[in-house]
Each structure stands twice: as structure tokens, then as C-alpha cells.
Design a protein around this ligand. Structure first.
Ligand code: CP
Length: 310
């Protein structure tokens, strides 16, 4: 495995290998001295053209805790702001001899294009509305840690599906792991055709969150991405929260064992209430914690593991 551009790059066995390695990496996270020598001498550039809190800091921590040299770049502080093209920019960085670029970009497909232009490993850290594979892996890790094997488990993915790269990666990942998925959204935010992601058994759609909640093992609330919305996809924020938000009242419809996920950042009071975000069933901070371990595992498998091209 050389790049991680899409969850379609990984089969079930590879997903499970990454998740299993992440269990070992998670132990490092709880040590007093968080340092493994595994990636000593390797150089990783985290190049984020779009804002991020969780993904950028966890990829940086993952690299540092594995002794790689890591550098963070953003579009603003580089010659991109002087008009340098994406191709020239990434070829310039590649020419310095880096081993890996972790790319977040507002354009769907940018990491795949960069992989064509450069010789290093490329990891997609979220591209437009396309995919966010490391998020899907950490989501699977977190749900498995609480629920066990996801085979046959019912996961509802709720909210702004049209604009969600997290949805697309999760559908591929959850299908590989054998979960049953129900997509819940208002008609205006339900993708009419979701490309290769619709080529699957095992997912249903619904406009009625209240009907779906009683049978779920996990509910994944997705952020309303106002920055990607050109027009009015719902009448008012209040109407959306009442109809599709995981409100405090709606928490009672969840089975006792069911868990709540959200990739973050959360719009509290819109897609998820404060009570739901902070409930005992909420795995939101577990997801953040798993993010570092899973990204350590991704770096390991791409740069040092058996089957890496390095
Ligand atoms: N979930 C996620 O990608 O969060 P950030 O945008 O903060 O990285």
C-alpha cells in the first residue's frame, strides 16, 4: 500500500489490519513517554489547504510519537497565496525528498491528482465532498471498541449527507465490515445518486429519524456544512434541529446500548443537542482519542509496515 486516497483502496483484511495495529498504538498514547522509534528518519508534510483542528493535530502527533520529522503547511503561509499552482507547489515539496504528504484540500480529487504529480506517499485527509478515509477508520475503531464486531450492526448516518465526505468514506468502510447502514436526511440533503457508494446492498434510506432510532446500535450525526451550502436546504435552523437533530427528547428513543458518534466539529443545538453530545452514550471524545492511534497505524502501514512500498 503506497497511498490512502479512498476507503476503496482498502479491502476488509487491510481495514482490520489497520484497526488492530491501532489498538497497540492506542497504548502508546497512554504512556508517560509517548515515543516509538518506528519512523525515525522519515519526513511527513501535513499540507492543509482547508481548516482543521482534529485531523491536522492528530496526524502531527501521530508522526511525532513515531519519531518522524513532521512539518505543517497551510495554503495561507505558503507561496500558494502568491499564485503558485497546486502542481508546482507539491512538486516543489516533493523535490525536497519527503516521504509522505498528508493533504486536506477543498477540491474533491486533489489528493489523487497530487499522487500523480509526486513520488511520495499521499494520504487524503479530507478532499471537498469526496472522502475522508482516516475519519471512517477512526469511526470504525471507536464503534468496535464499544460494540465489538460491526458485522450485522445497525448504524444510522444522519444529517447533511449531500456535502459529507465522512459519509462517503463511512459507507465504504461500514460495508466492508458488514454493518447495516440507514441514511437519514431531509429530501434536500439526501444524495440522489452517490456514485460507487450506491453500488451496495446493506444500506437503506429514511426521512424519519424517529422511526430509525429505536433499532440502531450506533447513530452518527453529521455536521450541517453551511460553508458548502449555496442555497436554502431547509427552512430554518430551528426547524432542522426539531426534525433531524439528535435532541434531548430524542435521546430516549435510542436503545440503552446504542452509541452516539459525531466526527466534529459539532454545531451544538443544530444537528446535536448539548445533552446528546455530552451523554454517557456519546463517543465524540473517544473518536478524537482514537484519531491519533488510527493515524499512527495508517502512517505505520504506509511507511514501515509489511507491504509498504518504502
Ligand atoms: N472531523 C474532522 O475532520 O475534523 P477537523 O476538520 O477538525 O479536522
Amino acid at each position: 500500500m503506497r497511498h490512502l486516497l479512498s476507503m476503496a483502496d482498502l479491502d476488509r483484511a487491510e481495514i482490520l489490519r489497520i484497526l488492530d495495529t491501532a489498538v497497540t498504538m492506542h497504548e502508546v498514547q497512554h504512556r508517560e513517554v509517548k515515543k516509538l522509534p518506528t519512523l525515525r528518519g522519515r519526513t511527513i508534510i501535513n499540507f492543509f489547504f482547508e481548516d482543521s483542528t482534529r485531523t491536522r493535530s492528530s496526524f502531527e502527533l501521530a508522526g511525532k510519537w513515531m519519531s518522524a520529522d513532521t512539518i505543517n503547511l497551510t495554503g495561507k503561509g505558503t507561496s500558494v497565496s502568491k499564485g503558485e499552482s497546486l502542481r508546482d507547489t507539491v512538486r516543489t515539496i516533493d523535490a525536497m525528498g519527503v516521504d509522505m504528504m498528508v493533504i486536506r484540500h477543498m477540491a474533491s480529487g486533489a489528493p489523487a491528482q497530487i499522487a500523480q504529480w509526486t513520488g511520495c506517499s499521499i494520504v487524503n485527509a479530507g478532499d471537498g465532498t469526496h472522502e475522508h478515509p482516516s475519519q471512517a477508520l477512526l469511526d470504525a475503531y471507536t464503534m468496535r471498541a464499544r460494540l465489538g464486531d460491526l458485522e450485522g450492526r445497525h448504524v444510522a448516518i444522519v444529517g447533511d449527507l449531500t456535502h459529507s465526505r465522512v459519509l462517503r468514506s463511512n459507507l465504504l468502510c461500514l460495508r466492508s465490515l458488514g454493518a447495516r447502514v440507514t441514511l437519514v436526511a431531509p429530501p434536500t440533503l439526501m444524495p440522489s445518486g452517490i456514485g460507487p457508494w450506491s453500488d451496495t446492498d446493506g444500506f437503506a434510506t429514511s426521512y424519519e429519524l424517529d422511526d430509525v432510532l429505536p433499532s440502531v446500535d450506533a447513530v452518527m450525526m453529521l455536521r450541517v456544512q453551511r460553508e458548502r451550502m449555496g442555497g436554502g436546504f431547509f427552512p430554518t435552523a430551528r426547524e432542522y434541529a426539531v426534525t433531524y437533530g439528535l435532541t434531548t427528547a430524542r435521546l430516549r428513543r435510542l436503545p440503552e446500548h446504542a452509541v452516539i458518534c459525531h466526527p466534529g466539529p459539532m454545531n451544538r443545538g443544530l444537528e446535536i443537542s448539548g445533552d446528546a453530545a455530552d451523554a454517557a452514550q456519546s463517543l465524540v471524545l473517544d473518536q478524537v482519542s482514537a484519531g491519533v492511534a488510527v493515524r499512527m497505524s495508517i502512517l505505520y502501514h504506509l511507511l514501515a509496515g509489511e507491504g509498504s512500498d518504502q
